[in-house]
Design a protein around this ligand. Structure first.
Ligand code: ADP
Ligand code: MG
Length: 623
């Protein structure tokens, strides 16, 4: 084409496309859900803009927020169009080729080892999955602010963009044309396509129509035509021009042929493939587990094998009304803690009265719960204000508070229902053991335990609730995880404090001289081995009226009748030691110890100073 401008794909994108095009990956279906998801995102965007500016929608067909799919067997072509926001020329260049998303190289790497393309949508490069089935793709797009353009590529390292002077004007939105590879012919089968849309796009909140053929009885149709002629013309403004024209062509054909009773005729019409009732508006009692799983898949763009660990669907009433669905994903995203302090993004989608507003609303959940996926739909928030205004709306505080409570309840429930949890009363009754729930809390803890700890540090209001969710190993936990409640239930009657020790790993801690005496006397000591635990223990002062005592720090109180006696008889020696060590400013005091058994002496850190482990952590950080 004479007016085409050529561009090269960014290197990462090019690598990704090579992998996709050469992939032997069998589940090629995923291209369709990625395209539909993009169309839906684009529709969400224009609808959002239209809240504050009605003009953006335009008029006539342009106001129809829907997705249309057409199949052309002869040309081996699938086209998917939306009336979404569209892309300007610049958008086409940036979004489809020259700027790789941050996750691209991580995904490419993963692809080379595991080869599972199923997660492509999570990495923000879902569009390129079109090359699983097509060898040539055209993207025709019209944005309100620009002319209509065509992007095209044969996945050979380059793409071209031209001003569109030959296709029909789209009005607004995007049409993607996939020129299928020979071996992808199955996607031209209407029934296959319908099944796929049903399977993957059940939760798309815009109507998806397929230009579908239908066999009808010619005779019956002729009769129908006569009787409903008038109605049809009066309705014709309602929808598809193309539908109208094709049926009238058929009519002409028919007149030439003699009518016989048995003649079948093929007509085309737009067939609605999805039911757009939002799942979160339904009664939670009527939604099945399977439906929630599918909803999670769509919402989180996570089509992995595993089901979400838990879900919570509720309806908040009162001053602030909203509906919400929360999910705990089956695994932590690859960069959950990497970007923890830099990003503020929650993974909740915010809707106001069924209209999608944003999925980058950090006011909905605190950082430590950013691993949750889900959505909130509020009737209380105003619809026709800017995002900035919404962000400051007073109802958000109430929503956030309730979401946190529900999220923590949902997490606690995993533990309550897990037969492996020692606290669980149900553990003895064989019948009630639910194998699906077995071991789930350990799984949760391994994936997201760190988030709970960060929560204890950050969220003073919910500190106690979060502390209940803590798990750790101890001198008595026998290699398993245990909780503070379990620890307390095992405490010795005269024991006042909860004992813990921090260090780089359990093996090293088990040998610590600080534990000698405590172990011998039967006291349980918690092992904290994660660097974050040191920070955690600066915030977690007590639990259920019991103080925490680091056994390597000053202040350890255990009952020992002999100590008084020993103090007396070694008075002179301690005094001498104190004098001898006074020169070194590192030693504050010398005392008779109640924590040792075989080891003659040990250096204890002061109550308010850093533990030796903390010193180690700080040193490794400054290196
Ligand atoms: P993601 O959807 O996660 O952003 P994709 O690779 O699926 O990643 O799409 C890349 C980008 O291309 C989108 O973010 C969007 O800006 C743009 N895009 C893709 N399809 C459409 C469409 N139908 N309408 C408008 N923009 C689109
Ligand atoms: Mg996408």
């Amino acid at each position: 084409r004479s007016n085409a401008e050529k561009f090269e794909f960014q290197a990462e994108v090019s690598r990704l496309m090579d992998i996709i095009i050469n992939s032997l990956y069998s589940n090629k279906d995923i291209f369709l859900r990625e395209l539909i998801s993009n169309a839906s995102d684009a529709l969400d965007k224009i609808r959002f803009l239209s809240l504050t500016d009605k003009e953006v929608l335009g008029e006539g067909d342009n106001t129809k927020l829907e997705i249309q799919i057409k199949l052309d067997k002869e040309k081996k072509l699938i086209s998917i169009r939306d009336r979404g926001i569209g892309m300007t020329k610049e958008d086409l260049i940036k979004n489809l080729g020259t700027i790789a998303k941050s996750g691209t190289s991580a995904f490419v790497e993963k692809m080379q080892t595991s080869g599972d393309l199923n997660l492509i949508g999570q990495f923000g490069v879902g569009f390129y999955s079109v090359y699983l089935v097509a060898d040539y793709v055209e993207v025709i797009s019209k944005h309100n602010d620009d002319k209509q353009y065509v992007w095209e590529s044969k996945a050979d390292g380059a793409f071209a963009i031209s001003e569109d002077t030959w296709n029909e004007p789209l009005g607004r939105g995007t049409e993607i044309r996939l020129h299928l590879r020979d071996e992808a012919g199955e996607y031209l089968e209407q029934s296959k396509l319908k099944d796929l849309v049903k399977k993957y796009s059940e939760f798309i909140n815009f109507p998806i129509h397929l230009w579908a053929s239908k066999e009808i009885d010619a005779e019956a149709r002729a009769d129908d035509d006569e009787s409903s002629d008038e109605e049809e013309t009066s309705e014709s403004s309602s929808s598809e021009e193309e539908g109208e024209s094709e049926t009238s062509e058929d009519d002409e054909d028919k007149e030439e042929k003699p009518k016989t009773k048995k003649v079948k005729e093929t007509i085309y019409e737009w067939e609605l493939l999805n039911d757009v009732k939002a799942i979160w508006l339904r009664n939670p009692k009527e939604v099945t587990d399977e439906e929630y799983t599918k909803f999670y898949n769509a919402l989180a763009k996570d089509f992995g094998e595993d089901k979400p660990m838990a879900s919570s669907h509720f309806n908040a009433e009162g001053d602030v009304e909203f509906k919400a669905v929360l999910f705990i994903p089956p695994r932590a995203p690859h960069d959950l803690y990497e970007s923890y302090y830099n990003s503020n993004k929650s993974n909740l989608r915010l809707y106001v009265r069924r209209v999608f507003i944003s999925d980058e609303f950090d006011e909905l959940l605190p950082k430590y719960l950013s691993f949750l996926k889900g959505l909130v739909d509020s009737d209380t928030l105003p619809l026709n204000v800017s995002r900035e205004m919404l962000q400051q709306h007073s109802s958000l505080k109430t929503i956030k508070k309730k979401l946190i409570r529900k999220a923590l309840d949902m997490i606690r429930k995993i533990a309550d229902e897990d037969p492996d949890e020692v606290n669980n009363d149900k553990k003895d009754t064989e019948d009630s053991i639910d194998n699906e729930k077995k071991g789930q809390y350990t799984k949760f803890w391994n994936e997201f335990g760190k988030s709970i700890k960060l929560g204890i540090i950050e969220d003073a209001t919910n500190r106690n609730r979060l502390a209940k969710l803590l798990r750790f190993e101890s001198t008595k936990s026998d290699g398993k995880l245990t909780s503070l409640d379990q620890y307390i239930s095992r405490m010795k009657s005269e024991q006042k404090d909860i004992f813990y020790i921090t260090g780089p790993n359990k093996e090293q801690l088990e040998k610590s001289p600080f534990l000698e005496r405590l172990k011998k006397k039967g006291y349980e000591v918690i092992f904290f081995t994660d660097p974050v635990d040191e920070y955690l223990m600066q915030y977690l002062m007590d639990y259920e009226d019991k103080k925490f005592q680091n056994v390597s720090k000053e202040g350890l109180k255990i009952k020992d009748s002999k100590v008084k006696e020993l103090k007396e008889s070694f008075k002179e020696l301690t005094k001498w030691w104190k004098g001898a060590l006074a020169a070194s400013e590192n030693v504050d005091d010398v005392k008779i110890s109640n924590r040792l058994d075989n080891t003659p002496c040990v250096v204890v850190t002061s109550k308010y100073g850093w533990s030796a482990n903390m010193e180690r952590i700080m040193q490794s950080q400054t290196l």
